[in-house]
Write a protein that binds this ligand. Structure first.
Ligand code: PMP
Length: 402
């Protein structure tokens, strides 16, 4: 009996008359009732702005918001809570670093290294920064099996490399990259590393101090929390030296028409009214996961994922991408002779939610010379039965379209 499913009210829906089989957690996870209740409670009672009001509710909002920061600090083992900046999500966190780090440190002729499997969110901001600064975007290649070409890494860490920006787990292939090794090699040359943890934090324990990572970013909505809240972790000494990303309320110290001085961390990077409800929801999501023994949940999720790979491999003419032996959360595939959109549309008719297309990784699609893939991605609520439903449905798709 899968009791976790009961915690997610969205799973009680029927789609096109069929029970929903949700296999799109890589795009966004469903929310447990506990998180929905926490959001409702915030908006029905506290509903105040933070750090400003002299009144009781504002104090409660500030307290809850700062407790959420402490919860995130503890969850990823950051040294201090000032190293946790709340953002809209992964995309905003990366843009923040690109803009701010870029302004401070990137000069003409400098280099930034990304990989060929990056989500556009961890590629386009660096590409545009390089354009503005006449810098160079280098790309660590991907091998056919979906792993990074680690032999190419030393040659790409040059004296001009100012930053490495790399994903922990590929949202397309599921490849789990050797982040510790990449960080160690980059640090040996004094190059800081930003890790895109949008998919990583959802499937594995993150300890930013053990990794010694310089920047780590993720989105709440992929971690069973609401949309519109995310995190930039950065080492305090790095963040302290960076200029603000946005200007306005909250991030200032003293404002005169001649000159403005800025607030301390983390507020320096949190201009304007923050997403207090979202932060409270993220706090609740982390509590929800940890109270249910997250390692155990991930172990089960991994068993379901392995079973899925095993079953899908039995389908004649299927091509599964990412075959290097690592896999976190997702399976991308194509059925021979069938366009991924057609597969996705038919699966939807059968109540199965998957994602089709380029998954915001067009350069990776170009590498494989494909228009896109079908991606089934898994969360803690998925079970073997979901895999059986997908497997049978794909056999039907094949019968209908082959
Ligand atoms: N990086 C990766 C690896 C992702 O999977 C995603 C979301 N698909 C992002 C970045 C962007 O996240 P968000 O849209 O939540 O900002």
């Amino acid at each position: 009996m899968n009791t976790i499913k009961n915690d997610f009210p969205a799973l009680r829906q029927r789609i096109h008359g069929k029970a929903l089989t949700y296999l799109d957690s890589g795009a966004t996870t469903l929310k447990p009732q506990a998180v929905i209740d926490a959001l409702t409670a915030y908006y029905t009672t506290i509903n105040s702005n933070v750090h400003r009001g002299a009144h009781h509710l504002s104090n409660l909002a500030t307290e809850a918001y700062e407790q959420a920061r402490l919860r995130v600090q503890n969850f990823i083992n950051a040294r201090t809570s000032e190293e946790i900046i709340f953002t809209k999500g992964t995309t905003e966190a990366i843009n923040l670093v690109a803009r701010s780090f870029g302004e401070a440190y990137i000069r003409e002729g400098d280099e930034i290294l990304v990989s060929a499997m990056e989500h556009h969110a961890n590629m386009v901001p660096w590409q545009q920064l390089c354009k503005q600064k006449n810098a160079r975007l280098n790309v660590l290649p991907v091998l056919e099996n979906g792993s990074l070409d680690m032999e190419a890494l030393p040659g790409l860490l040059t004296p001009r490399t100012k930053l490495v920006a790399i994903t922990h787990i590929s949202n397309v292939l599921g490849t789990v990259n050797p982040i510790e090794e990449i960080i160690a090699r980059a640090h040996a040359k004094d190059i800081p590393v930003l890790v895109d943890g949008a998919q990583g934090i959802v499937h594995s324990r993150i300890d930013v101090q053990r990794w010694d990572v310089d920047f780590y970013v993720f989105s709440g909505h992929k971690l069973y929390a609401p949309m519109g809240i995310g995190v930039l972790y950065g080492k305090a000494q790095l963040l302290n030296d960076l200029p603000p990303y946005q200007y306005g309320g909250e991030m200032i110290d003293k404002v005169r028409f001649e000159e403005t001085t800025f607030n301390v961390l983390p507020y320096k990077f949190e201009a304007g009214t923050p997403n207090v409800g979202g932060a409270i929801g993220l706090h609740k999501a982390i509590d929800y996961l940890c109270e249910r023994n997250l390692d155990e949940l991930w172990k089960k999720e991994d068993e379901v994922l392995k079973y899925a790979v095993n079953q899908l491999q039995k389908i004649e003419g299927i091509r599964i991408f990412g075959t290097d032996g690592t896999r976190g959360g997702v399976i991308s595939f194509l059925l021979e002779g069938i366009h991924p959109y057609d597969t996705g549309t038919l699966l939807d008719q059968m109540g199965i939610a998957v994602r089709t297309g380029h998954h915001c990784a067009q350069p990776l699609m170009d590498f494989y010379q494909i228009p896109g893939t079908v991606r089934a991605s898994f969360g803690i609520y998925n079970d073997m039965q979901d895999v059986d439903i997908l497997y049978e449905a794909l056999l039907r798709v094949k019968r209908m379209l082959s």
